[in-house]
Design a protein around this ligand. Sequence first.
Ligand SMILES: [Zn+2]
Length: 285
Amino acid sequence: MKGDTSPFRLAFFLLCLISITSVGVPSGRADDKPGEFPKFASELKKHFENLGWKDLVIEKSDWEYHRKSGGNRPLMFGAFGNRPEKVALFLGGVHGDENPSVYILFRLAQFLKKNPDLYSNKTIVIAPLVNPDGFLSKPQKRTNSAGVDVNRNFPTRDWKQSRKDRYYSGPGANSENETKFQIALMNRFKPSHIISIHSPLGCNDYDGPSSDLDSLVVWLKKVSKENGLPFRRYQVFPGSLGNYAGMERRIHTLTLELPSSEPLKGPEYFDQFKRMFLGILDLNP
Ligand SMILES: [Zn+2]
């Protein structure tokens, strides 16, 4: 075909232009209305103080967000390092009443910020508060603002078998913003390891590829030795992260169950688990 004015060529040109401009957009805070993040940060800070956490600083420059919770609060995350082939994703505050998980990950982000050499050969992505509405509600609650257990809402193949009581899995698979947020992080950063922090069962639970069982057992022994908690294999639940990320997407997924949900245990747990967190990508499964 001759000439550059055919509608097809024009459409193609426009398409290219659209894709070039979208790729060129920096990863800014798409939904960041003026004053929105500072307002959220001051709400968090007040809550942290009520929980007895006085050493956490929330600085906007450390965090990104593009999505919001059902209760319209930022779903924040921070990425440290730039090695896309070696990525660990940390998730905290999935259940809003499991306080130390939130403390530990804000502390981890602060610690990494001061020690860039610790992530020079890897990428560590931290989402310290997956369920801000449950965490900030009074009283705190396990579920999100719609009463859904965010750890039962993942679109696993067996989601329809999920329960409807304390572990209410939502009106549909992947119906909740907090679930979509976690999946978006997996899609964007493609982590080889996910560490999801909960409480208060006091153990390590693992889901992931089991094709190489020997090296897996070695890895788990190392993890258990590092963090001093026993390894227990729980059943896999419909709609849970372990089921979705570990079993279906074959990402090494460690659920770390801290021994207590007591907020003041946060600093102690940070000291206990810090080394394991930083070394997790080097403990080859
Ligand atoms: Zn939990």
